[in-house]
Write a protein that binds this ligand. Structure first.
Ligand SMILES: [Zn+2]
Length: 117
């Protein structure tokens, strides 16, 4: 892949990383505030624990994605970005455009999802 494209994906990844970090910080803050809210009665408490569960689930998703983005940035530094980690074919631009942190081509991704990889 040429330098310009690499730079382009790097920018995308870094931006995404910052968004995720902000989202995670916000979710943690909301989780703490849900804990500290002194006005809660019983019904609120139920709603509250639901909210917290939801926040926790979302944080978990964001953290997993953050890990993928971080891994992609490592691959960028190590010059292995843009190739499939399994078959080492170059990834399609369209796929990288949609999910720049992906590490598998579509074929290998499908195999992986079916437990064949
Ligand atoms: Zn592949």
């Amino acid at each position: 892949m040429d330098k310009k494209r690499l730079e382009y994906y790097k920018k995308k990844l870094v931006t995404r990383r910052e968004e995720l970090l902000r989202a995670i910080a916000r979710q943690e803050q909301e989780g703490r505030e849900a804990d500290e809210d002194p006005t809660v009665d019983l019904a609120d408490k139920a709603a509250n624990s639901y909210t917290k569960e939801f926040i926790f689930g979302q944080t978990h998703i964001d953290r997993s994605l953050l890990q993928l983005v971080d891994d992609a940035l490592v691959r960028l530094r190590e010059n292995s970005f843009g190739e499939c980690s399994a078959c080492h074919e170059e990834l399609q631009q369209k796929r990288l455009e949609a999910v720049p942190w992906t590490r598998y081509c579509i074929t290998c991704q499908e195999k992986k999802e079916q437990g064949m990889l």
